[in-house]
Write a protein that binds this ligand. Structure first.
Ligand SMILES: *Cc1c(COP(=O)(O)O)cnc(C)c1O
Length: 352
């Protein structure tokens, strides 16, 4: 730390992304990326003619992509905002609705960025423990008087909360924003977008990083009531009105119009997830019921850190968290069938 660093940040612990090794070639099952490239339509959209226009700023209103997203989800363009990854939108949400206001509430075990944003902006955050079986108890979120952040499916558990329970949370907190982070909803979950007409306090957050094979493009979006989107735009334009670059705008539009391709690859991931779960159970793992492109699994006798290290030795990267409640689990991204098979054979070597 330099002597110039604000004491306000002295105890800040930054978000730790999963390893992105640039040297050795691993089977990468640690950061929930898609194992498939984006469709040809995306490659065609990001062409050299477009690269040659990088001397010009992008559209700060992102009109074409917002229209395409609005069309797909049956909402108005004014209900859509884009972010440089959905992480950026989460940041806007903390700034717009919690900062200097009512604080925030989210599960103790959930996406790690929530607590980082809360700490960065000195926002009081209530971390509500998950149940014994790692589900979120919706009753803990009724009448909270705080901005609520819920990842659904939750990460890193993969467990999905039913829409009826989200509805209870939204209905009982009419004076507060309720954020549903649906980063993984395309892998068999049910979106809360359909609740938007009824609940003006709901914000649905989405990303192109997981189900749309565009983690490297950095693109996310949120859908909510127009007034909420206006507030988020005030924050966005106070930070970076050109937050989405020209190439990502084009890639995103081509991607949102390629549903057939993505339905196919999401279907494949779901199938691989179910098969891998079954195989892991045969070799002594218990696996939480996942609706995401990852599973959260724990061996009956072997510790999580040891399994993580041995797998890394053998060229397979998975995610391990040190928090005491989940330190015996591995979060394993669902890859191609071939990647799942390699993971399985390495785990068989280790557990035998
Ligand atoms: C991956 C992830 C995000 C962030 O995705 P971006 O790459 O920033 O779009 C947000 N929320 C959850 C729960 C995630 O797992």
């Amino acid at each position: 730390m330099s002597k110039f660093f604000s004491p306000a940040h002295a105890s800040l612990t930054a978000y730790t992304p999963g390893e992105q090794p640039q040297d050795k070639k691993y089977i990468k099952l640690n950061t929930n990326e898609a194992p498939f490239s984006p469709p040809q339509a995306v490659l065609d959209a990001v062409n050299s003619a477009e690269v040659s226009r990088l001397n010009l700023y992008p559209d700060p209103d992102c009109n074409l992509l917002r229209e395409a997203i609005a069309k797909k989800y049956g909402v108005s363009k004014n209900q859509v905002i884009l972010g440089n990854g959905s992480d950026e939108i989460l940041q806007y949400l903390f700034l717009a609705f919690s900062y200097g206001n009512c604080g925030a509430a989210f599960p103790d075990i959930t996406y790690g960025f929530y607590k980082v944003f809360a700490a960065l902006y000195n926002i009081e955050a209530e971390k509500i423990p998950l149940c014994e079986n790692f589900e979120i108890s919706y009753k803990d979120y009724l009448n909270k008087n705080k901005t609520i952040f819920i990842a659904n499916p939750n990460a890193p558990t993969g467990i999905m909360m039913p829409l009826s329970e989200i509805e209870e949370i939204a209905a009982s907190n009419p004076g507060n924003v309720v954020v549903i982070d649906e980063a993984y909803v395309d892998f068999g979950g049910e979106s809360a977008i359909k609740l938007l007409p009824k609940y003006k306090n709901l914000v649905i957050c989405r990303t192109f990083s997981k189900s749309r094979s565009l983690a490297g493009a950095r693109l996310g979006f949120a859908i909510a009531d127009e007034e909420i989107i206006n507030d988020l735009n005030t924050v966005r334009c106070s930070l970076n009105p050109y937050n989405i670059n020209r190439l990502t705008l084009l890639a995103g539009k081509a991607a949102i119009e390629s549903d057939e391709y993505y339905d196919g690859i999401c279907g494949e991931i779901i199938k691989n997830r179910e098969e891998l779960t079954e195989e892991l159970e045969k070799i002594g793992f218990s696996v939480l019921p996942s609706k995401a492109n990852f599973i959260f699994a724990k061996h009956k006798t072997l510790g999580g850190e040891m399994l993580y290290k041995e797998l890394k030795e053998k060229g397979v990267l998975v995610r391990h968290f040190k928090d005491s409640r989940i330190c015996d689990f591995l979060r394993i991204t669902i890859g191609t069938k071939e990647e799942c098979n390699i993971l399985l054979s390495k785990l068989k070597e280790i557990t035998n």
